[in-house]
Design a binder for this molecule. Structure first.
Ligand SMILES: Cc1cc2nc3c(=O)[nH]c(=O)nc-3n(C[C@H](O)[C@H](O)[C@H](O)COP(=O)(O)OP(=O)(O)OC[C@H]3O[C@@H](n4cnc5c(N)ncnc54)[C@H](O)[C@@H]3O)c2cc1C
Length: 304
């Protein structure tokens, strides 16, 4: 680790609790949590990890992430505190992956640029939004995307134009060994009052529908065809079910909230409970929307 510390020019935190880097406030320590200063720094870190066979994991600001209480046997890399360059020329945007989505939305609105305003209030970085194809109120981050630059975990730079990337509902074809560096967008000019109206609908809807007072990672499951996952969990009688400090929100049953000291194991148990009950009562298999780190897929998706 001392050697790694010598080569990193950004910030490196050793044995860093991931609970400090997730919106759930859950997660044990990673060997190191690194914010690379720039892409050269990232390349050096990746070369080091390859040479020394240390696994690396890429995250944004952890707002869609459940991390194991046992921590991560590897290095976690995030652009959230450093890769934050944002350039807007006319209706063209170049944004680094660590730019917060909220900032991107607000800066676009200020310039009468339309396309992203419905995403107001979606937490997280641009990188995370692209991987998740974040969306709200009928719009997705991929709608106005032109291209993306990535670095593979082997340290190779690559660019994709948007139609080379497969995007669908909360899905993108980025691989887990691809670190998003930068994205370009082309937005439409629009009258300010029209943009403002769409923004207000989104903000209001979010405040009414989501339990924003508590820590969560947003929707736990994707909505299956023809149904809202929250509706099914509610109809299965599970709203308000609590395990430890984790609760299926009484406000929105697809949000599982942390009342203070919930663990990944508590959330995992709620996930299994919800999946098992919805399958039994409606014959529908709920698919996870949140991403996990250090948690066995079979364990979290097992039916009780
Ligand atoms: C209160 C609340 C409300 C929410 N509402 C919505 C909503 O309305 N719509 C919606 O779509 N989502 C919503 N979410 C979920 C979340 O905000 C989004 O998924 C967001 O885009 C995640 O961004 P992030 O930077 O936090 O990514 P993370 O959670 O850190 O990561 C998400 C995934 O992206 C990968 N990743 C992140 N950054 C990079 C990178 N630079 N390179 C490579 N891989 C990367 C990670 O490995 C992980 O698989 C909500 C969450 C909360 C807490």
């Amino acid at each position: 680790m001392d050697k790694l510390k010598q080569i990193v020019t950004g910030s490196i935190l050793e044995n860093e609790p991931m609970s400090k880097h997730t919106s759930y406030g859950i997660g044990g320590p990673a060997i190191a949590f690194i914010t690379p200063q720039d892409r050269n720094d990232l390349k050096r870190i990746l070369d080091f990890s390859n040479k020394n066979n240390i696994p690396v994991y890429f995250i944004g600001s952890g707002s869609n992430l459940l991390v194991s209480d046992d921590g991560i046997d590897g290095i976690v890399i995030s652009p959230a505190k450093s890769l934050k360059k944002l350039e807007i020329k006319n209706n063209l945007i170049n944004a680094e992956s660590g730019v917060m989505l909220g900032k991107l939305v607000k800066e676009s609105i200020k310039r009468n640029l339309s396309g992203l305003e419905s995403l107001i209030g979606v937490p997280g970085t641009l990188g995370g939004a692209l991987v998740m194809n974040a969306g709200a109120f009928g719009r997705e981050i991929s709608n106005y995307l032109k291209s993306v630059e990535i670095m593979t975990s082997k340290g190779k730079l690559k660019s994709y134009i948007s139609n080379e990337i497969d995007f669908s509902y909360r899905h993108s074809s980025f691989r887990t060994d691809e670190f998003i560096l930068l994205a370009k967008f082309e937005l439409d000019y629009e009258k300010p009052d029209i943009i403002e109206k769409k923004k207000k609908i989104a903000s209001k809807g979010r405040k009414t529908n989501q339990p924003l007072r508590f820590r969560s990672a947003g929707s736990v499951f994707k909505n299956p065809k023809n149904y809202a996952a929250g509706y099914l969990i509610d109809k299965a009688g599970l709203k308000g079910t609590r395990i430890g400090d984790a609760e299926i929100s009484t406000h929105h049953a697809n949000f599982f909230v942390n009342h203070g000291s919930a663990t990944s194991s508590d959330i995992t148990k709620l996930i299994r409970l919800a999946r098992s009950n919805v399958l039994e009562q409606f014959d529908i298999e709920l698919e996870l929307e949140i991403r996990t780190l250090g948690i066995d897929k079979e364990q979290i998706e097992a039916y009780d």
